[in-house]
Design a protein. Structure first.
Length: 93
C-alpha cells in the first residue's frame, strides 16, 4: 500500500467522480462490517475486536493485494491466497 493510503480515505473533490467513488467505498465498507458482524455472531470470527476494526483490516489487505497486482509484484491468481494467508496466519512466524 502506498504511504498515507487508506481504504476509507475520502477522495479529493477535485477528482472527476470522486463523490461517487467515495459513496461506493462507504457502501462496500458498511456491507463488509455487516458481514463481519454476522460472522462474529455465528462464531466464525473473533469477538474481542469490534466489527469495524476487522472489516477495516480486511479492506486494507484487499486494497494492498490490488495495488501489488497492479504494480506487478503479485499475480492476480496469487491475491486470494495472499489475503487468506494474512487473515488466517498473520505475519509472524
Amino acid at each position: 500500500m502506498s504511504p498515507g493510503s487508506s481504504a476509507m480515505r475520502p477522495a479529493s473533490s477535485q477528482v472527476l467522480g470522486a463523490d461517487q467513488a467515495s459513496d461506493r467505498a462507504s457502501m462496500v465498507f458498511r456491507r463488509t462490517v455487516s458481514f463481519v458482524e454476522r460472522a462474529q455472531k455465528a462464531g466464525l470470527l473473533r469477538t474481542d475486536m469490534p466489527a469495524p476494526w476487522l472489516a477495516s483490516t480486511f479492506c486494507s489487505i484487499a486494497e494492498t493485494a490490488w495495488e501489488l497486482t497492479l504494480e506487478g509484484h503479485m499475480g492476480a491468481r496469487q491475491a486470494p491466497d495472499f489475503i487468506q494467508g494474512i487473515l488466517r496466519q498473520g505475519v509472524l512466524t
